[in-house]
Ligand binder design. Structure first.
Ligand code: PSZ
Length: 284
């Protein structure tokens, strides 16, 4: 039995019904979050929930729950669905109303839905590394909002997958911004580079954890944009996300990265991230 959270209630998936007039369906008018579950425990849930509220505020949407209520709801989904390793997905839309672009008047209640799903860590890919493909960053200019509007990300990811790649790397005006659903990092001469957190990228929670771990490990960090040309001659490349953790990149377009195997600093960060998870999960 799969239990979803829909508009304030826990409901069996079979009994979930959502209106065709939901603005998420018509416009992608909403925001979302994905929180990882390790050993039945939510990981960095406060950071994810805080970002959900920030994204909602940026689109002038008021979430009808408190942060504590949402964490409680997510925990309940994990328990009800017996999730050990997986994630909780949650989204909130501007609600149900006849289709006009402007916000509904009178205002309607936002529609909040969530579920929990099993999903193993991608350990094999984390060991071997993956290929990525560069694509033009044709998204809008508010990539800092975790919007339900993911058409450009969907198109980019599909293009990458059709080329046998795991991820698409967005390039805007010659500069690498991020992946279709990941943040991008490069290592050159021992220095870690990643795009600064501004309107051109989503400031990933995993990105922020990795930046903290890098500083703790004494790795020099530069949050500055780098070009695709620079990326092609980096010693190491990797990407981060809630589900991919620290994922080594061994090929960018037709170019092998470094020796074609996961890099030294990448592996160090991957290890630091893993021990961090076990510490969090152990409740230390
Ligand atoms: O299941 C998956 O493949 C997931 S779960 C979260 C993501 C992918 N990606 C979030 C994301 C994103 O959508 C964009 C455009 N940039 C960066 C990220 C990484 O953010 P965090 O680390 O917070 O997941």
């Amino acid at each position: 039995m799969t239990v979803y959270f829909v508009d304030g209630q826990f409901v069996e998936k079979e009994h979930v019904s959502i209106s065709i007039d939901d603005r998420g369906y018509y416009f992608g008018d909403g925001v979302y979050e994905v929180i990882k579950v390790y050993d039945g425990e939510l990981y960095t849930s406060e950071e994810h929930i805080a970002r959900l509220f920030e994204s909602a505020a940026k689109i002038k949407l008021a979430i009808p729950y408190s942060e504590a209520q949402l964490i409680e709801m997510a925990k309940q989904l994990v328990v009800s669905n017996s999730i050990s390793v997986g994630h909780v997905y949650m989204q909130v839309t501007r609600g149900v109303a006849p289709r006009v672009h402007q916000f509904p008047t009178p205002a309607v209640a936002p529609m909040f839905t969530a579920y929990a799903l099993d999903g193993a860590r991608p350990t094999e890919e984390m060991q071997k590394g993956v290929k990525v493909k560069s694509v033009e960053d044709f998204r809008w200019l508010r990539c800092d909002i975790k919007s339900l509007n993911l058409l450009a990300n969907v198109m980019a990811k599909q293009e990458a997958v059709e080329s046998g790649c795991k991820e698409a790397v967005f390039v805007r005006d010659g500069y690498v911004t991020e992946g279709a659903s990941t943040n991008l990092f490069g290592v050159k001469d021992g220095v870690l580079y990643t795009h600064p957190a501004n309107n051109f990228i989503l400031n990933g929670i995993t990105r922020q954890v990795v930046l903290r771990l890098s500083r703790e490990l004494g790795v020099a960090v530069r949050e500055e944009p780098f070009t695709l040309e620079a990326a092609l001659v980096m010693d190491e490349l990797f990407m981060t996300s809630t589900t991919l953790e620290v994922m080594p990149i061994i090929q960018l377009d037709d170019k092998m990265v470094g020796s074609g195997r996961p890099g030294e600093i990448t592996l160090q960060l991957q290890k630091a991230f893993a021990s961090q998870i076990s510490t969090v999960v152990a409740g230390a």
